[in-house]
Each structure stands twice: as C-alpha cells, then as structure tokens.
Design a protein around this ligand. Structure first.
Ligand code: G6P
Ligand code: ZN
Length: 543
C-alpha cells in the first residue's frame, strides 16, 4: 500500500456553516471536493499524525464511500487510530460520546442533519474537537483558511476496509476499530436516567410512538425504548435507516413529522410521541393533543431536572440560543442559577459545558442536551421526558399546563422563508440593520418598539466575541421579533423570523400560538417588509 500525493487546487466555498460543511451530494462527489476538505481539516488542526479519531455518519447516500476515503486519508497522513461505527454509522450524540469516552483527538461526522439525503439531496462533513463538541469558530476558520491554500492531499492507495464486522484491523500503519454504534451510548443513557422507573411506566400500559424518520435513531430507539425499557414492539416506527430517509425530510417538527402529529392528535393517540432527525441530535416531543415547543421543552426539563438521577443534585446553570424563547430564563431565575444567551449553533454551548457553568442547554431548532456529551441529543431528551412523566405520574398536557400556570407561557413560533433569492434576503437584513437604531419609540402594526439591536456574544469563558448573530427587536408588552439568515441551508437563503410573546393571564394560556402572536407577526412584516422583499405571501414552514 503506497501513499499517494495528489495535486489539487483550492475549491471555492468550503466554508463551514452553523454546523460543518453542507452541500448538495453531487458537489461533495466532485473530484477532490471531499478530499480537499478533509485534508484542510488535518492541516487546520495541527495535522493528523499520531492522532486518534472517531468516524461515523447518519447513513445517508455517499456515507460509506466518504468514510472509506477519510480512512485512507487518515492513514496516509499518519493517524494512529480511527474508531468507526459499524457500517460507518454513528448518531451525532453517540459520536460525541465516543470521542469523550475514548479520549480521541477529534471526530468526523458525516451528516447534513435534518436535510434530505440522496444522490441529488444534501451531504455534510463536520469536524468535532477533543471535547466531543462541534469545532469552535476559531477552529472552523483555520480549516476554512486551509482550504484556500491547499495544493495537495495525501491518500493511501488501498482497498476498502470491511466496516461490517466489529473488531480491530489495520489500514497501512493505522489501527481501525469498528464498534457497535449503539452500546456505549446505551450505557451512557442507563447511567443518567432511572430505567427502572421508565420500565415500570411501560409495564403499567403507557403507550408511546417514536418516529425515527427512516434515519439513524431507529437502531438506537429499538434497542433502548423497546428492547430495554419494554415499550410494546412497534412503538418505534420508520426504524430502518435508509440512504434517502425513505424519500422524506428527517426533521422532527410538526410539518415534516406530520404522521406523528396526526396520530398524537387522533382519538387513539398513545400517551407520548417523539421523533428525531437524520443524525439523531434533534428531538420533537408531543403528548396526547399537546405539542411541546422546543423552547418549552427546555424550560420544563430544567424545572423538573432534579427528578432525574443525573441531575438530582441540581443544575449549575442553563443556556439557550438567542432566538430560543425566554421560557427557561424564568425557570433559571426561580432556581437561582445562571441563564446564558448564546448565538445559534450548538458549538457556542461547548465552553459553558466544559467550564461547568451550564448543565442543560437548548435551542428553538429542536435541540436539547446537557453536559453528558457536547452535542444536542434527541433520544436523551425523549428519555428525560419519559423519566419525568414516570416520576410525576402525569400526562404531557398536565405537565405543560402546570408549567404555564407557574411560570406563564411564552407563545412562540418561527416562520421560515426558504430558498429565497440570496441578494433579496441579504438586502432585507442590511436594510433593517441600518434602521435599527432609529426604531425604538416608533410603532409597527400598532405595537411600540422599545429596543432594537444586532446580537453579539462575548463568551464568558474564553473572552471571544461573535458578532452579527441576528437582529432583535423588543416590543412593548414583552413581545420580541428576531430575524436571521440560516447558516445551514444549501440553496439560496433561508430567512428565519422568530416570534414570541409572554402571557401570564391564567385564562389565556391555551390559545393557538399563531392567533396569540398575530400582532407580532404583523409588526415583523411592517418592520422588515418580509412579503414585499421575498415575494412570498406566507412562510414556507411554520414551527
Ligand atoms: C444545526 C445546529 C443548531 C442550529 C440549527 C439551526 O442543527 O446544530 O445548533 O440551531 O442548525 O441553524 P440555522 O443556522 O439553520 O438556523
Ligand atoms: Zn441533526
């Protein structure tokens, strides 16, 4: 087996976004595209020589082929060892766990998360650091800079490695260990939650439906929820991962998981419903006739955390991304712990978790997690809810009502305008940005603006500053509008408009969120000219 040096040239646009480099699959399959980026990962992180990596992905089209290329490149650049999930599969949280547990130097996760997969859909490569979390901004910048000056990459001339058998092998001088993707993760879950209590809950006739959306969590959920915790066989649906996620869009929200929503709002609804995304880090929680927004879920978990063995000693603090609703802020206040507001992107929680300043974190984009790994974790959130329901002996709806009664309700919704012309979307943002300082005191759709700024984050742990993280507009009466452009799309621009209002009046806690937010929605359009500039009469996705 010989090491080949392949001459190449920088390829434009290899700048990692909110969560790694995501492109259409055919782009990734172009000559040298993947190879260039992987070589830039090594070059931007001090080289691969002597390093141990974790490697796996969500099983989408091109996953295995990409994994084989990365193994050959790691071996050629002198990596000591790569720990790979069987058949190159690993959920994102399971990869994060393995990096930490095995004290690896880093990991590469092959996924475009909740974006559809397949020959004409999306693919992605994400580098995680030795803490198990997404590379921080400084590291992704160094990787990007390495893509811009690349002249060659190294790759071993070798046949494919057999990734179907668990065990050790070698590729050139590099060790390869193929591991069961589920077992270490399952051990971790068992160490955090009261599995006996959840088992007793299922034994009492509690019914649930977990929709794996043809993606990576199928095998994890079958092993844990059905085989270990005793949920009835068939509780986990769409459990076999497929390369194109069954032709679907593996994003656990009411739009894309609509079968689950229909089931949960039908006469024969089970007690509990949940779903996860392509790579297993997102979650959706839904009770009988009760959808739980991710922002509320974070607040409820924080308020009930001491019922779970891992968090029985209390929380060090909580953190949420800026566009996530303020529901958890009031829980933190009640608990007397810090609440941090970070930019969108799980990587911003890393320092807070590493420093022990936050225990639970969450984002409106269906991500919830804790210091057990350095990624958000879909199944973890589901097990957390199950543990709380088992302890409280209450339904999801009862838990929510009780929570809103105590803390008030943050009506919340996100309106997405997808594949908008990029220039038009940037013009909308630029124009609003330029008017921000003049907005306070003015009115929009009858509501008075009391504050307006562009969010910047000063990391309290390492002092780094991240600017340009979203436009925030505060309205009289506790309403808030946030606008930002997505950093994970692969086509045009996606404009996200986040809408929120706190309601504390006991008789007004169970209204339809779109109706409860109607004034704020109108104000957002008046302030930013959304329909005029995007040419859309309505958002493409409402969560
Ligand atoms: C990924 C990241 C999240 C982020 C989400 C939305 O899932 O891991 O941390 O909240 O994308 O990002 P976007 O830039 O598309 O709004
Ligand atoms: Zn994901």
């Amino acid at each position: 087996m010989s090491i080949k040096t392949v001459q190449t040239q920088p390829i434009e646009g290899q700048k990692p976004g909110t969560s790694g480099l995501r492109k259409k699959t055919p782009v990734f399959m172009q000559t040298n595209y993947l190879e260039n980026f992987v070589q830039a990962i090594w070059n931007g992180t001090g080289g691969a020589a002597g390093k141990t990596y974790v490697l796996g992905g969500d099983g989408r089209y091109f996953n295995t082929q990409a994994a084989q290329t990365i193994l050959r490149m790691a071996a050629a650049s002198g990596a000591a060892k790569v720990i790979v999930g069987q058949n190159a599969l690993l959920s994102t949280p399971a990869a994060s766990n393995l990096i930490r547990k095995r004290k690896a130097d880093g990991g590469i996760i092959l996924s475009a998360s909740h974006n559809p997969g397949g020959p004409t859909e999306d693919f992605g490569v994400k580098y995680n650091a030795s803490n198990g979390g997404p590379a921080p901004e400084g590291m992704t910048q160094a990787i990007f800079e390495a893509t811009e000056t690349l002249e060659s990459y190294l790759i071993l001339d070798a046949p494919d490695v057999d990734l179907s058998k668990i065990g050790q092998s070698a590729l050139g001088d590099m060790q390869i260990e193929v591991v069961d993707p589920v077992s270490d993760y399952q051990d971790l879950m068992q160490s955090l939650f009261d599995f006996d209590a959840i088992r007793a809950l299922f034994a009492s006739g509690f019914r649930m439906r977990f929709d794996a959306m043809h993606a990576i969590t199928g095998p994890y959920a079958k092993a844990i929820i059905e085989d270990t915790l005793g949920a009835a066989p068939g509780s986990v649906v769409n459990a076999i991962p497929s390369e194109d996620f069954g032709g679907g869009h593996p994003d656990p929200n009411p739009i894309w998981a609509k079968d689950l929503m229909q089931t949960m709002f039908s006469d024969d609804a089970p007690d509990f419903g949940a779903a996860s995304d392509g790579d297993g880090d997102r979650n959706m929680i839904v009770g009988k006739n009760a959808y739980v927004t991710p922002s509320d879920s974070l607040a409820v978990l924080a308020a009930n955390a001491t019922m779970v063995p891992a968090y029985a000693g209390g929380l060090n603090g909580v953190a949420r991304s800026m566009p996530t609703s303020g529901a958890v802020d009031r829980v933190a206040e009640h608990l007397g712990v810090d609440c941090f507001e970070t930019p969108t992107g799980w990587k911003f929680f890393g320092n807070l978790l590493d420093a022990g300043r936050a225990t639970l974190c969450g984002e409106e984009s269906a991500g919830t997690g804790s210091d057990h790994v350095r990624e958000k974790d879909g199944l973890w959130a589901v097990l957390f809810w199950l543990n709380v329901l088992a302890e409280r002996g209450a339904s999801v709806q009862e838990v929510l009502r009780d929570h809103w009664g105590r803390f008030g309700r943050n009506y919340y919704s996100r309106h997405d305008y997808e594949a908008v012309d990029s220039a038009a979307a940037h013009a909308l943002m630029d124009d609003l940005r330029s008017r921000l300082s003049a907005l306070p005191g003015s009115t929009a759709a009858g509501l008075t603006v009391i504050s307006a700024d562009e969010f910047a984050y000063d990391d309290p742990v390492d002092g780094s500053r991240s600017e340009g993280q979203g436009l925030r507009i505060g309205l009289e009466g506790g309403g808030r509008i946030v606008l930002r452009l997505s950093g994970t799309g692969t086509e045009g621009a996606t404009l996200r408009v986040y809408l929120e209002r706190l309601e504390s009046e006991p008789s007004a806690l169970e209204d339809d969120p779109q109706a409860a937010l109607a004034d704020i929605i109108a104000a957002a359009d008046a302030l930013a000219g959304i329909s005029a500039r995007t040419g859309r009469a309505a958002p493409d996705v409402v969560t």
